[in-house]
Design a protein around this ligand. Structure first.
Ligand code: SAH
Ligand code: SF4
Ligand code: F3S
Length: 441
């Protein structure tokens, strides 16, 4: 089989990153080799995101840059997949005339066949049908050489319909993947040298609801914990409403479960939370954080916040700031509300001015930076266990590892430590990373 080259660019969340890995695996079976040199590519795929308008704009601007490449090489095949492709469907072809394939979030498994059609007939194709279950969910993506950490999809879709969010429309209804398939995949990954798995789903706490065997998310974590070569388990994302006491206890019970939870709160105002259709109050959220910290004192808590949701007054915003001061997140992703077509929030009144949203965002991010640095600085002098992921980005001579709490630590060490757990003493804290020195176990 002649080698053809695939260049793939991923936008959006970890779910999309993993979908791209699965596309690469599927296409390698039909002779496509991955390249990071776009000029070599016979096939370019953009795996797109539509969560905010800015994410969509990024895709359009990347696509614009591909026009020239297509002019130079008319044989080049250009495909767009993922959430923006799901959203636009055939309209995508009208927006970008140099596109060959538009495929949706449930149609990844069709890529090899679609490419055969394109190569034969050179016609424009759109496939965005939803299936009852995503056919590519079980495609095994072999980890890159030297990788120590991998994603494992445990569920698809979302039923929550938060008022601002497009995901339920673009990824379909929530469905859990059978536990046996997940376990088998984790074992296979362990055989390839993977030591840490991150379980992926839009709302992992409700894992198992669509299965008939009664296995829930906590039991799944414990089952994975029994696979001996897997040292660390993470998951993302969990919905505060569905975070059970059982899962909170699991942080104390399951040694392999990392001391980190990403628990998006979105707002500190109960009025806004209700408008967002989040299904919990600030008080309920704080209670869960307190319980987590009681059982697992060094747990790191990170979150997402949206500012400027329709109707968010200065008072609502101040309540978000007050909540942040009370909780003190270890780290935070914050966004300006972005209106999405077809969502419930699109129809709400009292939209907040763009300049006001920006003001709120900047102020909030300044406060969070203080908190993040404070939390990092508190670790100076402490010993931390790291899983060594590879060479440091900052310096050729350094290695990079992550703490159980998901912090990056750079330190001096030999390359053979990659993939191993080591202990370091933290010597210096920065906003985005820590510096450490190895200590003997
Ligand atoms: N399923 C996950 C992640 C969803 S997307 C969850 O429920 O937590 C990641 C984050 O993007 C969300 O937590 C939210 O903070 C943000 N987001 C989603 N839609 C948005 C919108 N329309 N405008 C601004 N931020 C948005
Ligand atoms: Fe979107 Fe809410 Fe579902 Fe997360 S839980 S994907 S924010 S609808
Ligand atoms: Fe974006 Fe889709 Fe993920 S909209 S954030 S790629 S689920």
């Amino acid at each position: 089989m002649k080698n053809k080259y695939l260049y793939i660019q991923t936008f959006g969340c970890q779910m999309n990153v993993h979908d791209s890995e699965q596309m690469v695996a599927l296409l390698s079976g039909t002779g496509y080799k991955l390249t990071d040199n776009i000029k070599l590519a016979d096939l370019i795929i953009l795996n797109t995101c539509s969560i905010r308008e800015k994410a969509a704009q990024k895709v359009y601007s990347e696509l614009g840059r591909l026009v020239k490449l297509k002019e130079q090489n008319p044989e080049l095949i250009i495909g767009v997949g993922g959430c923006l492709a799901q959203h636009l469907g055939t309209k995508f072809h009208k927006k970008a005339l140099h596109l060959d394939i538009v495929f949706g979030t449930h149609n990844i498994h069709r890529l090899p066949q679609l490419l055969v059609v394109i190569e034969r007939e050179r016609k424009k194709i759109t496939e965005i049908d939803f299936y009852k279950s995503i056919n590519s969910i079980g495609v095994f993506a072999p980890p890159q050489r030297g990788a120590v950490s991998a994603f494992v999809t445990i569920m698809q879709g979302c039923n929550n319909f938060c008022a601002y969010c497009v995901v339920p429309y673009l990824r379909g209804p929530e469905m859990s993947r059978p536990a046996d398939d997940i376990i088998e995949e984790v074992k296979k990954l362990a055989d390839c040298g993977i030591r840490e798995v991150t379980l992926l789903g839009q709302n992992v706490n409700s894992y198992g609801k669509t299965l008939s065997n009664g296995l829930n998310f906590t039991s799944l974590i414990k089952k994975i914990g029994k696979i001996s070569d897997i040292e660390r388990i993470r998951f993302t994302t969990s919905h505060p409403r569905d975070l059970s006491d059982e899962l909170i206890n699991c942080f104390a019970e399951e040694a392999k479960l990392c001391e980190h939870i990403h628990l998006p709160v979105q707002s500190g105002s109960n009025r806004i939370l209700a408008l967002m259709n989040r299904g919990y109050t600030v008080e309920e959220y704080i209670k869960k954080i307190d319980n987590l910290r009681k059982l697992s004192p060094s747990i790191s808590i990170t979150s997402d916040i949206i500012v400027g949701f329709p109707g968010e007054t200065k008072k609502d915003y101040q309540e978000t700031i007050d909540m942040m001061k009370k909780i003190r997140f270890d780290s935070l992703f914050s966004f300006k509300y972005s209106e999405r077509k077809g969502t419930i929030a699109q129809k709400l009144e009292y939209k907040v001015e763009e300049s006001e949203k920006l003001r709120r965002l900047e102020q909030l991010q300044m406060l969070q930076n203080q908190h993040t640095l404070e939390k990092n600085t508190a670790l100076e002098g402490s010993n931390q266990e790291l899983l060594v992921e590879g060479k440091s980005k900052n310096s050729e001579n350094d290695l990079m590892g992550r703490t159980s709490s998901w912090r990056i630590v750079n330190f001096k060490g030999e390359l053979e430590l990659i993939g191993k757990l080591v202990d370091v003493k933290i010597s210096k804290a920065y906003l985005h990373s820590l510096r450490g020195k190895m200590v003997n176990k």
